[in-house]
Ligand binder design. Sequence first.
Ligand SMILES: C[S@@+](CC[C@H](N)C(=O)[O-])C[C@H]1O[C@@H](n2cnc3c(N)ncnc32)[C@H](O)[C@@H]1O
Length: 233
Amino acid sequence: MSESPSGSPRLDAYADPDRRVMEKAYARWAPLYDVVCGPIFESGRRAAAAAARRVGGRILEVGVGTGLSFADYDHTTAVVGIDMSAPMVAKARARLATGRFPHVESVMVMDASDLAFADAAFDCVVAQFVITLVADPERVLDECARVVRPGGEIILVNHLYSETGLTAAIERLLARPSRALGLRPEFPFARLAAWAERHGAVALIERRPIKPLGVYTLVRFRRLADEAARAAA
Ligand SMILES: C[S@@+](CC[C@H](N)C(=O)[O-])C[C@H]1O[C@@H](n2cnc3c(N)ncnc32)[C@H](O)[C@@H]1O
């Protein structure tokens, strides 16, 4: 992302999002997010949380937003949420303060590209509608892989680029205007697969469209045990 002469970020179509643009967008979204985005993202959020519950244990939610997913976990899990947007985290903390989610340990303001957790600290890392919006997706994925234990999973859910046809053309058209709204319709699955290939210590284990409409894709990676990663190298 480059800067305009005034110093404000310039929106290059297809470039990875600028952090400041996203921060601004989600500060604006925070008061409305649950009402507007809650129902829109529900099927994806539920599918990702269900997959994470199957792993169980300590779960890190990256880009937890207002904590809409808290209700999708239960006592079999211990959830920690992080998000770079202070207004979104304030909403998540208010939700936590209701006392209805004892399985959620804490929610913190933190950048997903620089996680303040030890290596292998979590059984599972979940990012729902986040990876396409971060300034450096591969670095965020590296961080997710670092903090998940060998045998644990990274679970993503997102709308991904349709690649072909009219829908893809519309997504390309919307790429630029949607960025200021904190959205990104043209992020390809191939980029996630290429990251896993390069990383060497993760394996892509699932890619599936989410019912009923198939608009969102669930992607799961498994962190390989050290020996398996060495053998695969
Ligand atoms: C579309 S919202 C999704 C929120 C929540 N996961 C959900 O499904 O409702 C995207 C979230 O990602 C957060 N985000 C974007 N870039 C981030 C980064 N680098 N680190 C942490 N959070 C980030 C935004 O602040 C926002 O809350």
